[in-house]
Design a protein around this ligand. Sequence first.
Ligand code: SIN
Length: 491
Amino acid sequence: MTLTSALTDKLSEKRIVVAGGFIGGKWNTVSSRGKVFRVANPATGEVLAQISDLSTHATREAIDAAHAAQPGWAALSAKARADKLKALHRLMVENANDLARLLTLEQGKPFAEAKGEILYGAAYIEWFAEEARRVYGDTIPGHQADKRIMVIKQPVGVVGLITPWNFPNAMLARKLAPALAVGCTVVAKPAAETPLSALAIARLMEWAGFPPGVFNVVPGTDAAAIGQELCANPKVAKISFTGSTNVGKILMRQCADGVKRMSMELGGNAPFIVFEDADLDAAVEGAMVSKFRNAGQTCVCANRIYVHADLYDAFAEKLAAKMEKLRLGNGLEKDVTTGPLINEKAIEKVEALLADASEHGARISAIGDRPEGALFYPTTLVTGATGDMRIAREEIFGPVAPLFRFETTEEVIALANATEFGLAAYFYARDISKVYKVAEALEYGIIGINTGIISTEVAPFGGVKQSGFGREGSKYGIEDYLDIKYLCLSV
Ligand code: SIN
């Protein structure tokens, strides 16, 4: 249960993270099984922390603490809850540099990108602090002369939040903020690769004066046991999960017995379409930011880049030229634009997808240097990609840009929709009539039109089909944490 100097030497506020779970307002640095797990920097392999490896027992304690705290938290005025969230927002912004360094160290993304994530996460806290006071109900003209009908909204109760390693701060922030704003309490299970950012949020919440039990964090490597307890425990009213579709399906099965509410932000396979009338330079720029953000490890990364035959060669040339400017390396070093992948498994997956693409006739060009360090993967351009390749069907989660050629609008819409996923899609076109038709025809929850960046706290983030359900951010995001109650009054 220690933080190593590889971590603390990089922080100006060394107390910002504690190497243990946070349960009922106390730091639990001793696992009942006496186990610890290591958190390592994926860029260097250095161990950053040894953390108590909590499991079912601690999860149950955390649920009990959240359950005990929930009525008191919900009974506060919306303004009182909003004030606490605003205090958390202030602390996140004040400590943004340390939080970003922590994030880079445990996750690998470059410091500038990590700082962007911290401010993105903080923006959700601020947004939902503001929304807390706008949870309006309704009155409905009665169905009989003596009837008065009202609709009120109430917090669902205790929520279990299971968050991924690719955005260890922002994915937690955007679930936590609406939950707390409306009066739910929370048990969070961060990914074992990146628990430090979640523990730092808990630390800031402690400093902001949130009551004990309102927010609990259970770090641990036994994700299956912790997830199972969160899904099966009747004191938990809802699960919100961001991660793979396969794990999402397991959690859904586990929640079925309790008919538990869920929000699921699952895998993607984003098409990025460049039509013949696109602004070519803008499309290349958009593809760069969409594809290479977080070294290609986001659910909304361009996964299949479809380019009209008239522009294909020019697009490939311009994209390769931009890719040459990317610099892989340790995210705390100056000018690094692209960090490592998260673990060996991620490298193996990318390698397998590229081997398959090559066997099916694609041309693979690794662009730029590959620095020392096992987890760096060179940014790679794939030309001549076709629909029979695994790369067309599976989420790459790496810095690989496959280019597919198409001829007609109908053809490319059919190709773009030929997947079980439906999170984000992007396209570049200037004909306004085509813009509307394509946007309506794409079976996705989020569409970027002439832009490669769609993430913001003010808009609803979420997918359709096997990319999940529920929305995060915006006025819609708060509804995921509320029950609707209908009151019928006879006068
Ligand atoms: C994700 O990869 O799941 C989230 C990306 C984002 O919020 O932009």
